[in-house]
Design a protein around this ligand. Sequence first.
Ligand code: C2E
Ligand code: MG
Ligand code: MG
Length: 750
Amino acid sequence: MFDWSVERERLAQALSDPVDLEHGSTRPAHDGALAVDARYRALVRNLPDCVVVVHDRDLRGVSIDGPIVDRVGFSRAQFVGSSLEDLLPADTVSRLEPAYRAALDGRAASIEFQYAPSGTFYSVEIVPLRESPDAPIEGVFTVARDISVRKRAEREEQQRTAQQSAVAALGVKALEGMPSELLAQDAVATVAETLGVDLCELLELTDDRESLRMRAGVGWEPGIAGTARAPFGSAFYPGFAWGSTGPVTVRDYESEDRFRPTRLLARHGGVATAAVTVGAKQRRYGILAAHSRSAREFRGHELDFLQGIANVLAEAIVREAAEDSMRHQALHDPLTGLPNRTLLVERLTHWLERADRSSNTAAVLFVDIDHFKVVNDALGHVRGDQLLQAVARRLRAALRPSDTVARVGGDEFVVLCENLESQDDALQLASRLSGALDDPFKVAEHVHRVTASVGIAVWAPGATAGDLMRDADAAMYRAKERGRARYELFHAGMRAWAESWFTIEEELRTALERGELSNVYQPIVDPADGSIAGFEALVRWNHPERGTVPPLDFIPIAEQNGLIVELGHGVLREACAEAASWPDPLRISVNLSPRQLSDPGLVDSVSAVLKVTGLAADRLSLEITESAFTDDPARALEVLGRLKEIGVRLELDDFGTGYSSLTYVRMFPIDALKIDRSFVQGVCQSPEDAAIVEAVISMGRALGVNVVAEGVESEDQSAALQNLGCRLAQGYLFSRPVPAAALAEMVARR
Ligand code: C2E
Ligand code: MG
Ligand code: MG
């Protein structure tokens, strides 16, 4: 390294012995300080990267020498006698001249500047030239040192720092969760600015994996970024880069023969390219490329920077995809892909936030598939799932895109319909949803009919998401209770009803465990003489706080949640055990709910009970209602046939209240009809009721089946029934249902 403070001393000595620089002779060309000698010349020629220059007081060249003298662009001969302006560009002169003037005034100066003709950076020391500090100034002595290497290193260091902080800044934005779309835009802008390129682009592989789409770009014509596609083949730079392990650079496409620019890049005048891949090899996402319109090298640190930006993007994209899928999973039902309860409530809450400003209303519809559990048991879970998926598709298709249908439970769906004009719209929607299920479903070669019970809650000012959900649920239960395959609009009166429903549902489970249920028995008599033909078992719930709960308050609930199977089995076992001790031919009638009829284990469990209790099969009558046939008549017929095979009698309960009574009477192997209480009670006052009772009795006679009149409360009714030919009756007139303890005495006096 050249140390001016040391060298100055030696120079001063050398300069004290004059020599002609040009000719190397000792003949003095100048006197005093301007004269230099051979030692001086040897010295300056050995200084590293220097030019040493001497000017006289008029700033005309005296001598120039040094190891890099040939780089200055003019010869020694040209230099001698020339002024600064003669040889140097104007901007160099204007930088140097003040320093020369200062030196002539006795002040040393040092400056750095870039010499335009060669681009070389010089560090220049300019000092007054005199023999001793007191001697007059004879000229100016200049040492110019080429510091380009250092300068370049410094500039590179600055660039590197700028590049690293650009990568870091982008990384921070990524960590802060900037969406990858914005991040990509930010990234290409950063690359263009930091590398000083004309064009930059992020290309992503399209879903068909056949081309690359420009996801973000800078420098391109308007409308290109976001839409343009590049071919995905190794003949062009994107495809080539895709297949490469490291960065790919092109100094000038003119002399590139591995691949070509795309037509788009050529049109934009791209001449040089640097491209890196975004994403690891196993999960490659795209290409990040920078292009300039003039030939240029891309240096190692520039490629590192480009790769750094690409890595930040890759990480952000991967993380965003993971977050998206996690969010999707958290908010959707995996089986049907529909939104789940969380997302539904989110959307409902969002609607409610704006509700007060809207002139429209919204409705929540609770859709529950009727008897789905039965279908599921019969089909098996895999096909049950397929059926649910098909149902989900139908419901979705029946709605507008702005409506939400969510799956909130096994067979429960909730529809949120925003911006309805009126309650009527909600009712229409409910009927449209039900209608969507009308066509039979085909699952694995089997055809299934599906109906749904729908509860509707329409928003009213002040209602919360929780209110709407609960109300729609209550209305849905009401629809179930009223026979299913229908819809009910919520009204305030349902709330208390629904609450008690849920309480009962909970309590019933423990009641079964604790044995709070027991049977009472009501005799079936000949109204003519009161002689007993048998008893009907009727279940009672001896609730620890509420006392005796009548079956109509809990049977529909047990029916709904499936507890009826267990409950019904208990009733049957207890009734058969009781009846086994009665003398022949006293019979026992036990009610069977539709849900029990679809239980695949029914026939076996009836046989088992008969076997365990020792009751003869023909002394057991099972009472079924017509609703047992509504869902799947073919299956009901099959089960009833098997029950007949084991010798059990079948009776049709509540006859006359259903729709197609006569059809069933003809189709099913019935042993008795029980005329519903509603007709019996009108038999004295209403000629229509009397006509129906008469018709049923004569039909029974024609078919050869017994007819039992239910709910006989007065002597008049009993007399009227006898006149119409009724031989069996049941009612408070003869006896209320009695507990088992009271039976023995009744049986004895039968
Ligand atoms: P159901 O099978 O038609 O039973 C006759 C109902 O009429 C019984 O009501 C009985 O107490 C009532 N009843 C009898 N005589 C008279 C009368 O003269 N006047 C009036 N007003 N009512 C009379 P209960 O015990 O409340 O049972 C109601 C319904 O609950 C039954 O109707 C049956 O459908 C169902 N149920 C009762 N026990 C069971 C059971 O163990 N399993 C199933 N699945 N259902 C049952
Ligand atoms: Mg009955
Ligand atoms: Mg009945």
